[in-house]
Write a protein that binds this ligand. Structure first.
Ligand code: A1D88
Ligand code: NDP
Length: 447
């Protein structure tokens, strides 16, 4: 049995759930992996020089055993997230440590501790099989999957599933991720695929959209409200392109930071008016590796005030980290919020704490999204309130190049990967709704 028969079933309009349930499962499938015996391959190199094209492999791997509460999904398309870049350059640490630790937790979790790591934290596809105890999903269901994997055996996570002590990001801290022809997920990760989107469009928002939703909109994050001035770093990037949409849709006032004319144009086309080109304006928040330059924070803050009529920032949507954090804390208004989910440029942040405590500002750490937040974020996509920001689509074979583009900041919005889907544009079930939103859906394409 090969994955071709699965693809044929997915592409046939006559296939029924029984047909999918009767499909024999393949013994193996193609998957994007990194290898445990290569974790030292970039030792001594600068982060920038670690090349994902060298560490990312396309391998034939055996199908994992299906456990209780789980689903095997035929993956039509996936997307590249920055966590896969981190995995592929083995920074800040090798993800094999996560797999070993998970493997020690139970006999079933041992499956994840392998000498290869199948990566990827997004998917759009079709359910092939469900494990014991799964009743809400069945073979043939068209789905997307969010990347929150939790055990929920401790009460710590019962109010907010992100607080589960066994919280993991699927395809980063677990194995059998989405950059593959088949993926293994917990069934609670599954959500309905928005019918107006193609497979690759539906696979694009998941991780970043859910993260931006919690970080900016949810009460667990910044709890953005109408009229808030929201400073968005990387406003046309993966996270930023959704944060910008949430700010605009929620009646806030995004101040978008980007690094080129082209990216400024994309933000403008989303409806943003206040755009700062950090390259053109040449901000240098660090004089040297150890010393920041408060004069540059002030120059940046003055520029923001020009856009806001003199107001300062209510919420900073932070993720660049070390390079920008001092400026982010400075430009936040009295009582305002800096919400951070990452440290792309370095995780040892420095800021002047006098500006934090004297002005009663708050720093909020945010990470992915809980079950409910991920569901709500996907619902907004399904209702056409928020749109995918897919710019370019690669084949599974080209995933290394796709990850290289993201690592080197050569991309716009989100980069997609076709897994089983033989071409782009397949899987649309609601043409009428698609037609209504087609310009927004295509906004990032081929720019
Ligand atoms: C959705 C997409 C998301 C993204 O893209 S995010 C960006 C990508 N992700 C990352 O870059 C994050 C990668 N992860 C990490 O870097 C690491 O994952 C962490 C730094 C977050 C944690 O490091 P660790 O080594 O896993 O944990 P420890 O807490 O540093 O070490 C564990 C040991 O430290 C002990 N410990 C923990 N807290 C305390 C405490 N408060 N007092 C004393 N000891 C403590 C534990 O018990 C344990 O000990 P024992 O090793 O002996 O078992
Ligand atoms: N904790 C969580 O749940 C999540 C964390 N992340 C993390 O967030 C980070 C960003 O992810 P994502 O948005 O998908 O990545 P992208 O690369 O798609 O976008 C990030 C954007 O940030 C801007 N940027 C990069 N470096 C700097 C810098 N030094 N100073 C200012 N701006 C910078 C760039 O935009 P420009 O050049 O136009 O300014 C870039 O396009 C990653 O580290 C990722 O691992 C992502 C998702 C979830």
């Amino acid at each position: 049995m090969t994955t071709q028969a699965i693809l044929d079933a997915i592409q046939s309009p006559d296939s029924t759930p029984d047909d999918f349930a009767a499909l024999p499962l393949p013994e193996s499938y193609r998957a994007i992996t990194v290898h445990k015996d290569e974790t030292e391959m970039f030792a001594g190199l600068e982060t920038r020089d670690k090349d994902p094209r060298k560490s990312i492999h396309l391998d034939e791997v055996p199908l994992p055993e299906l456990g209780p509460g789980e689903a095997l999904v035929a993956v039509m398309a996936s997307s590249v997230n920055y966590n896969s870049v981190w995995t592929s350059i083995f920074e800040p640490l090798s993800t094999f440590g996560f797999l070993e630790r998970y493997g020690r937790t139970s006999d079933l979790a041992k499956r994840h501790d392998l000498p290869y790591h199948i990566i990827g934290s997004d998917l759009a596809g079709v359910v092939l099989r469900t494990g014991p105890g799964v009743n809400s999903w069945k073979p043939g269901d068209e789905v997307v999957a969010h990347c929150l994997s939790v055990e929920l055996e401790s009460s710590d996570g019962h109010n907010d599933t992100m607080l589960d002590p066994e919280q993991r990001i699927w395809g980063f801290e677990t194995n059998f991720g989405g950059l593959a022809e088949v993926a293994l997920v917990k069934s609670n990760q599954l959500m309905p695929k928005p019918g107006h989107l193609s497979w690759e469009e539906a696979a694009a928002p998941g991780l970043v959209n859910s993260t931006a939703y919690r970080q900016l909109v949810s009460r667990n994050g910044a709890g953005m409200k109408q009229g808030d001035n929201v400073l968005i770093w990387g406003a046309s990037g993966g996270l930023g392109s959704y944060a910008t949409q949430f700010a605009l849709a929620g009646g806030a006032n995004p101040i978008c930071v980007v690094s080129s004319d082209q990216k400024a144009d994309i933000c403008r086309s989303m409806g943003a008016e206040a755009i700062i080109d950090r390259s053109a304006e040449g901000y240098k928040f660090w004089k040297d590796e150890r010393t920041q330059d408060p004069k540059e924070w002030k120059r940046f803050g003055k520029r923001i005030r020009e856009f806001t009529g003199g107001e300062d920032i209510d919420i900073v949507f932070e993720h660049p980290g070390r390079e920008t954090f001092g400026a982010s804390v400075f430009v936040t208004r009295k009582g305002g919020t800096i919400t951070t989910c990452a440290s792309t440029s370095g995780y040892m942040h420095e800021y002047d704490n006098r500006y934090l405590w004297m002005s009663l500002k708050r720093i909020i750490g945010s990470h992915f999204a809980n079950y409910r937040e991920a569901w709500e974020a996907n619902r907004l996509i399904a209702k056409g309130k928020i749109h995918p920001t897919l710019s370019k689509v690669y084949s599974l074979e080209e995933t290394g190049q796709a990850a290289f583009d993201v690592h080197r900041n050569l991309h716009q919005g989100k980069v997609g990967v076709l897994c089983l889907a033989p071409e782009e544009g397949l899987g649309v079930r609601d043409e009428e709704m698609r037609a209504k939103h087609i310009d927004a859906i295509n906004r990032f394409r081929n720019v």
